[in-house]
Structure formats: C-alpha cells, structure tokens
Design a protein around this ligand. Structure first.
Ligand code: NIG
Ligand code: FE
Length: 406
C-alpha cells in the first residue's frame, strides 16, 4: 500500500537544457574546484518523488521503468541545479536602520555608530519590543523573498535579543517558520554572543549564555548551531572559546563570526574547535588560511557585507588556492548587509573576489550544505539526495551570476 502511494508521486523533468549535478564538487569535497566540477548533463532529466531524487541523466537514457511517470518537458530552455543554500543570515529582527545607513553614506563609520550605542543595539531595542507574531510576519516575508530567488535552505541566527527571553523568542520564530514553510529548510543558530547588552555586565551576560540560555535552547530543541562574534569590542577569543566549548558539550554544532572587523585569529579557533564554519574572514591571517585549509571547517564568505561596509573583500583566492572549502552567503542583516539576494552575492564573488564558475556553484550548494552539516542530503543533485532542486529561468547557470541583482 505504502509502496503504491510513493510510486504514484514519482515524476520527472525532461529535456532540461542542462542538469548540474555538482558531482565533481562532491568527489573533491569542495576543495580545489574548477568549472568542470559542476557536473553538466546537457538535455538532462531528473526523476524524483516527494522526498528523494531517484534518477539523473541524459533524457535519451531515461530508464524504461520511468517511461510512464508524469513528465514535464523544459524544452531545452531551462536548466536544473540543486536548491540554493543561504548558509548565513540574521533573518529575525524588527525595526529599521535606514537613519544609520544615511549617516554611514555621509561618512560616519559602522564602528563609530556602534560605539555611540547604535548599530546592533538599535536593532536589539526594536526586537525586544516586537511581539513573536510581528517578528514571525517579518521573517516570513523575508523567507519568501529568498525562496523566489531560488533559496531552498536558509540558516537563521538569533542575536538581536541579547537577553534570555528575547533570544528564545527569536528562535521560536524560526520554529514557526519551519512549520509555515515546509518547502524550505530552516537551520537555526543561537547567537546570543552577538554583542554585549547595555543592561547587564559582560560577565553577567556570559553567565546567562553559559548557564541559562544555552541549556534551555538545547532542552527545547530550538537551535542546531551555536555562533559567537569574536571581535574587538564584542567577545574575546577566550570568551568565544568558552562559549563554543560549552555549546559543543551540550551537542551544538559550531560557527564563528571570525576575523571580520579586525584580526583576532578566530579563524584558527574555528579550526581548533572543529566548527562547521568560520564566517566573514575579511581580516584573516595567512596562518588562519592554513588552519582552514587543513580543517573541514568551511570558510563562509559574505561579499555583500564588504560591499555594504565599503571594506576590503575577504582574500577569497588565497583561501581557495590554499585548499579550503568556501561557501558564499548573504549575511542578511539590518546593519552590515541589508540584502537577501544570494545571486547578487554570487555576482560579487565573481567580480570582486575572482571566484570561478565552479567555485561559485559550490559556494551556494555543496560547501554551503557542508557548513550546515547537510552535505549528505543537500547541495548535490544525484540519486539518494533530497528532492531539493530549482528549475532556472534560463538555459545556463552562468546567467545566474552574470546578472547583477536581478
Ligand atoms: O554579520 N558581525 C556581526 N553581526 C552582523 C552585523 C549585525 C548588524 O549590524 O546588525 C554581521 O555583519
Ligand atoms: Fe553575520
């Protein structure tokens, strides 16, 4: 009975102009990628059911047993690739920082605004004041924008509560998103250590993170990852390590906002604690690069943030050529990158960071999946992987990063 039901849901896309499987990227585990590794099948077909991909290959070789399934022809006009993965966002917050943006455009720096008590703390105020319902409505709209751009998996961080109750509220929002949009995969990350709140001493807040919020988030199953912002004026390397080690003990997977505003050697810490990713890396040192190249830790690059802050881009070529795995994400947030447009980040990666087509493809598929611990299910379009792919509105993947902000 069950078999009959699942068999009836089997269907196929045929005559895709190209099917991009990402097989070469998978075989190389995301390292030293070139353009051929995207695994192009011209005039391809994909057979799938509601859960898994069953078969991928040239349309002319479609196995007999799938001849009678429901087929949709893409008339060799549209390509298919794995669903895009935005592996770093701060999706849940309320309020606007448009007034601060205007000041930044007039010459005040991001850090000057933060030092005056603005920046992250501006958003903390509005996020604390917002109800769960308001935060949910805002996040849902944002997730749908992302979905329309081809994103099927999105990581969402807390970090605009900076107190026990509001951090939990923001993670609850992600839980509701999971229920509201089953067509997307949401990965939630507890980033309590995003900044220091003004109503508690740092030592008190650290205690709250370590002894109250982290265990509660775990108990309630509200986040898979724990992230920390290690930077001058935020959390030190040793405070970051303390939080991450405690989180690891509780069973969280780890991430670090590393070497963003200044070099703190936090990329090396990411490798040392076996974090799934070290993110930002604008100021990574050569030693940091070597550490990531030797580790499984993915270097997550966020070119939209460098662009928006008018800062120097991360040294992507050095990181890639050293053999590290590199993901590309939006860092969507209200202060340093107010954009959900992952294809735009791909365009910036090509233009500003010198990344090739295969590296960019890997950055939003396999390597992004690896940074979220999802690489055995997502980011590759082969039998056994999730039925998680997108039909592009054009014949070639190249169009996606060639277009700027479409
Ligand atoms: O990823 N680096 C820390 N956090 C964010 C910025 C947050 C904000 O400005 O609201 C980032 O860039
Ligand atoms: Fe971030």
């Amino acid at each position: 009975m069950a078999q009959k039901k699942s068999a009836s849901t089997v269907q196929a896309f045929i005559h895709a102009s190209q099917v991009y499987t990402g097989e070469g990227i998978l075989l190389k585990e995301g390292r030293m990628i070139d353009s051929a590794d995207v695994g192009t099948i011209p005039d391809g077909a994909v057979v799938f059911d509601s859960k898994k991909i069953l078969w991928v290959g040239p349309t002319s070789e479609l196995p007999l047993k799938y001849k009678s399934v429901k087929k949709t022809s893409l008339k060799n006009k549209q390509a298919i690739m794995p669903g895009l993965i935005d592996s770093h966002t701060h999706l849940v917050f309320a309020g606007s920082r448009a007034h601060e943006f205007a000041r930044r455009c007039a010459g005040t720096t991001y850090q000057e605004i933060a030092n005056e008590g603005g920046g992250i703390l501006t958003t903390v105020k509005s996020t604390r004041e917002a109800s769960l319902e308001t935060l949910f409505e805002l996040a849902l709209k944002r997730a749908l924008i992302s979905y329309r751009l081809g994103v099927r998996t999105i990581e969402c961080k807390s970090g605009y509560g900076l107190d026990h109750q509001t951090e939990l509220k923001c993670l609850e929002v992600v839980k509701h998103l999971k229920q509201a949009l089953p067509q997307m995969t949401f990965i939630s990350t507890y980033l309590g250590a995003h900044a220091i709140p003004t109503d508690q001493k740092k030592s008190q807040y650290l205690d709250e993170i370590l002894h109250k919020t982290l265990p509660e988030v775990k108990k309630k199953g509200l986040a898979e990852f724990c992230d920390v912002f290690v930077d001058e004026g935020y959390f030190s390397l040793s405070e970051g390590e303390r939080i991450l080690r405690a989180a690891k003990k509780l069973g969280f997977k780890l991430k670090i906002h590393a070497d963003e505003m200044g070099n703190t050697e936090s990329a090396r810490l990411a490798a040392k604690v076996e974090a799934h990713s070290a993110d930002h890396l604008l100021k990574i040192s050569d030693k940091g690069i070597q550490a990531l190249a030797k580790a499984d830790t993915v270097a997550t690059l966020l070119p939209g943030t460098a662009f928006y802050l008018k800062a120097a881009y991360a040294p992507a070529r050095k990181i890639l050529d050293a053999g590290a795995r590199v993901a590309i994400a939006t860092d969507f947030n209200p202060g340093s990158c107010y954009s959900l447009n992952l294809p735009l980040m791909m365009n910036l990666s090509a233009l500003q960071m010198g990344m090739n087509l295969g590296e960019i493809f890997a950055g939003v598929t396999y390597s992004a999946a690896a940074s979220l611990g999802l690489e055995t299910r997502k980011g590759t379009l082969l039998p056994g992987y999730d039925s998680d792919f997108v039909v592009l509105p054009y014949e070639h993947f190249e169009e996606m990063y060639y277009r700027m902000g479409w």
